[in-house]
Design a protein around this ligand. Structure first.
Ligand code: SF4
Ligand code: SF4
Length: 620
C-alpha cells in the first residue's frame, strides 16, 4: 500500500512539502485530481498517479493546464472534491477558464494549486501568482511549512465549499521541496459519485447570465474578505511596537532571524496565510499598535502595496518599509541569511554575516552545466538537422529537455516563449524572413500547446518544418504519461494517440517518422522536408533512455570505445556531437564506459570509423 495511504491518524512522518499536500488532500476526501506536470509541483501529481491505482479516486495527466482545469471544473460542478495541480506558468494557460469559473463557481470543493518558482529553478519566468487572486477575485491560501500545508489544504476544500468558489493554494519551491515533520490526521470519506444539477440560468455564461454571476462573485468576495480577516491562518506572533508582516516561507525565515538577532520578544509578527482577499481590517488593527512595520515577502510587493493602502485608508501615518526602500529585492527567492541581513538593517542592528564554512580543503565540486544526457536521442536529431539545414536557419524551440539543445556545440535554440510557442513563432519568423524555419517541440508539449500552432501553420500555409522530438514520455518533469505514450509497459490502460496521426489529421501532407539514431535516414528526411514548400513535420521517435531503463525496456549490453590506432584526433565527435560520455585524456578523446549507453551515434559521426562497439563482458 502507498505510504501516504497507510499511515494512521496521529502518526508522524518526515515528508516533502508536496507529499504533505497529497496527504492533506486525501484527508480532505479528494476524489478527483487533474494536472499538467511542472516543477515544483510534479511530485504531487506523481503521487496521485500511483495512488489512483490503489484507490477509487480519479486521476489524470491532462493535455495541458487549461484542460486540467476544465475537466476538474466538470467534476467540481458535479459535487466532487477536486484538486487541480499546476506550476505558476500553467495558471497562465488555465487563466481563461479560471476567470469564468470564478463566476460559475463550484459545488464540490475545488482547490487549484499554483506552485510558484522564485529564482526560476526550472521555469521561464518567476511571476507572482498572488495577482491571479486579484484578477479573478478568488481566495488564496499560502502555507509556510510542509506541516501547515497538510492542514491548510483541508481548510482550502472547506473554504471552497463554503464560498462555492475555487480556492487558489499558492506554494513556492521552498515549500514544495523542503522536508518537515508532519502529523497525520483522519481521512474523510471520499465521495466519488457526483451529480450534476442543471441550472443554465446560472451555469451557462451567456452575457445576460454572466452579468448576474459577476454580481454574485462580488458578494462571495465580500464574504471571503470577512473570512480572511478572521482566519486562523492569519495570526500574530509576539508583541512589540515595531512589526513585521510576512507570508509563506518568508515567515519561517523571519522567525529564525528574530531569534538569531535576539529580537523575538520585541517585535510583533503578522503572518498572512489567507492572503487574498487581503485582510485589510486585520492588518489595520495590527498597524494601529505599531510605530513602524516591515513587510517581508518574496517576489512582488503585493502585501506591501496592500498594507500601504490599508494604512492610508485608516489614516495611519506610520512608516511601512519593504522592497520600495531597497531592503529586499523583487528578484529571486529569499534565503534565511538574506532575510536576517534585511531585518538587521531595518532595525539598525550591527549584523555580521556568519563566516562561511571553510571549504578550501574540500575537493572542488565538478561544475555540471545543464546538458542532454549521454545517448539522448535529441542530440542526434539536433546534430543531423544542423548538418542539413545549416547554422543560418532559425530554430525556435519549446519547453522540455530539448531546450538544452541551446548549449554549445549544438546551439539549436534561437527563440522560446512558453509551452507550444515554437511552431507559432516559427510561422511568424518564416513569414517575416521568407525562409523555411525549423521548430522543435517535445511530444508532451505538442499535445499540451502545439496543436493550435500547427493548425495555424497549415491553414495559413506557412513555410515551416516542425520536428516533434517524440521520446515517449514527459521526460523533463519526471517521466509522466501523456496522450502519445504507450502505457501498456507500465500496466495502465490508456488510448495511445500517435503524433503522426494527429499531424496528418490536421492536414499536414509532408510527414516523416524517423529513428534519429539512424543518421542516414534522418538526414534524408530532413533534406526532403527542407525542400518542401509549406508545412512539413518530422516525428523523431526514440524513447528517452532513462525512461526506457526505468520501465525495463533497456539493458545496456555494449558501450563504445575510441580505437586510438584509427583516431586522427579531428574531434568531430567532440566538436559537433559532444555526448557527455566523451572526455579528453591529455590529448586523446576517450569515452567513459559508465556514461556511454551504447547508442552508436558517435560511431556514425566519426569520419575515421574509429569509434567501435565493445560488449560489456569484453571491457578491460
Ligand atoms: S531525460 Fe531523457 S529525454 Fe531528457 S535529456 Fe535525458 S535522455 Fe534526453
Ligand atoms: S555510443 Fe557514443 S554517443 Fe552514444 S552514449 Fe556512447 S559515447 Fe555517447
Amino acid at each position: 500500500m502507498h505510504p501516504l495511504l497507510k499511515t494512521r491518524s496521529g502518526q508522524q512522518k518526515l515528508l516533502l512539502g508536496n507529499q504533505a499536500i497529497v496527504r492533506g488532500a486525501l484527508e480532505a476526501g479528494v476524489a478527483f485530481v487533474t494536472c499538467y506536470p511542472g516543477t515544483p509541483s510534479s511530485e504531487i501529481s506523481d503521487a496521485f498517479f500511483e495512488l489512483s491505482a490503489e484507490t477509487n479516486l480519479y486521476f489524470e495527466y491532462s493535455t495541458n493546464e487549461k484542460v486540467a482545469l476544465e475537466v476538474g471544473a466538470g467534476a467540481a460542478a458535479s459535487g466532487l472534491r477536486t484538486l487541480v495541480v499546476m506550476k505558476h506558468v500553467g495558471v497562465n494557460v488555465a487563466a481563461d477558464p479560471l476567470m469564468t469559473l470564478a463566476y460559475v463557481g463550484v459545488e464540490g470543493g475545488m482547490v487549484v494549486i499554483s506552485a510558484d518558482d522564485p529564482s526560476l529553478f526550472s521555469s521561464q519566468n518567476e511571476q507572482d501568482n498572488r495577482y491571479y487572486g486579484k484578477l479573478s477575485s478568488l481566495p488564496i491560501l499560502e502555507p509556510s511549512s510542509p506541516a501547515e500545508a497538510r492542514e491548510m489544504i483541508k481548510d482550502a476544500f472547506d473554504l471552497s465549499e463554503s464560498l462555492r468558489l475555487p480556492v487558489i493554494f499558492r506554494t513556492t519551491t521552498r515549500i514544495n521541496h523542503s522536508r518537515g515533520t508532519v502529523t497525520f490526521g483522519r481521512m474523510k470519506k471520499r465521495i466519488t459519485q457526483g451529480r450534476f444539477v442543471k441550472d443554465p440560468g446560472l451555469k451557462v455564461t451567456l452575457p445576460a447570465v454572466s452579468r448576474v454571476l459577476h454580481g454574485m462573485l462580488i458578494e462571495k468576495y465580500a464574504r471571503a474578505f470577512q473570512m480572511a480577516n478572521a482566519s486562523p491562518h492569519n495570526f500574530v506572533k509576539g508583541r512589540g511596537r515595531p512589526g513585521i508582516i510576512t507570508n509563506g516561507i518568508s515567515y519561517a525565515y523571519v522567525m529564525d532571524a528574530l531569534s538569531d538577532l535576539g529580537l523575538k520578544s520585541r517585535i510583533a509578527v503578522l503572518r498572512l496565510g489567507f492572503s487574498h482577499p487581503f485582510p485589510k481590517k486585520l492588518v489595520q488593527r495590527f498597524l494601529r499598535g505599531r510605530d513602524k512595520v516591515l513587510v517581508v515577502e518574496e517576489l512582488e510587493p503585493y502585501m506591501e502595496e496592500e498594507t500601504r493602502a490599508a494604512a492610508q485608508e485608516a489614516g495611519l501615518t506610520l512608516k511601512i518599509a519593504g522592497k520600495s526602500d531597497g531592503l529586499f529585492s523583487r528578484l529571486f527567492e529569499f534565503d534565511p541569511g538574506m532575510v536576517r541581513a534585511g531585518i538587521a538593517r531595518y532595525f539598525d542592528l550591527k549584523y555580521k554575516a556568519p563566516r562561511p564554512i571553510k571549504t578550501a580543503d574540500l575537493p572542488e565540486t565538478p561544475s555540471r552545466p545543464p546538458n542532454l544526457c549521454p545517448g539522448c536521442p535529441h542530440r542526434s536529431t539536433f546534430y543531423t538537422v544542423k548538418k542539413i539545414a545549416g547554422p543560418d536557419t532559425v530554430y525556435p524551440t519549446d519547453i522540455g529537455c530539448y531546450t538544452l539543445g541551446f548549449m554549445p556545440p549544438l546551439r539549436m535554440a534561437d527563440f522560446l516563449l512558453c509551452m507550444g510557442s515554437s511552431i507559432s513563432t516559427a510561422c511568424g519568423i518564416s513569414r517575416a524572413t521568407g525562409r523555411k524555419t525549423v521548430a522543435f517541440i517535445g511530444d508532451s508539449t505538442f499535445f499540451h500547446g502545439g496543436l493550435t500552432g500547427l493548425v495555424d501553420a497549415v491553414h495559413n500555409k506557412h513555410n515551416v518544418l516542425l520536428i516533434i522530438l517524440d521520446n515517449g514520455t514527459t521526460a523533463m518533469t519526471g517521466h509522466q504519461i501523456h496522450p502519445g505514450v504507450d502505457t501498456t509497459p507500465i500496466g495502465r490502460d490508456k488510448k495511445q494517440i500517435r503524433p503522426e496521426d494527429v499531424v496528418r489529421g490536421l492536414g499536414v501532407e509532408d510527414v516523416y517518422v524517423v529513428k534519429p539514431r539512424n543518421l542516414k535516414k534522418m538526414e534524408a528526411a530532413v533534406k526532403a522536408a527542407m525542400a518542401h514548400e509549406g508545412v512539413s513535420v518530422i516525428v523523431s521517435e526514440e524513447i528517452c533512455p532513462l525512461y526506457a531503463q526505468r520501465i525495463g525496456q533497456f539493458t545496456k549490453k555494449m558501450v563504445f570505445r575510441v580505437d586510438q590506432a584509427r583516431c586522427k584526433n579531428r574531434r568531430d565527435c567532440l566538436n559537433l556531437l559532444a555526448c557527455p560520455a566523451f572526455y579528453l585524456d591529455e590529448d586523446k578523446v576517450m569515452i567513459n564506459p559508465d556514461l556511454c549507453i551504447g547508442c552508436a551515434v558517435c560511431s556514425q559521426v566519426c569520419p575515421e570509423h574509429a569509434i567501435r562497439p565493445v560488449k560489456l563482458g569484453e571491457l578491460s
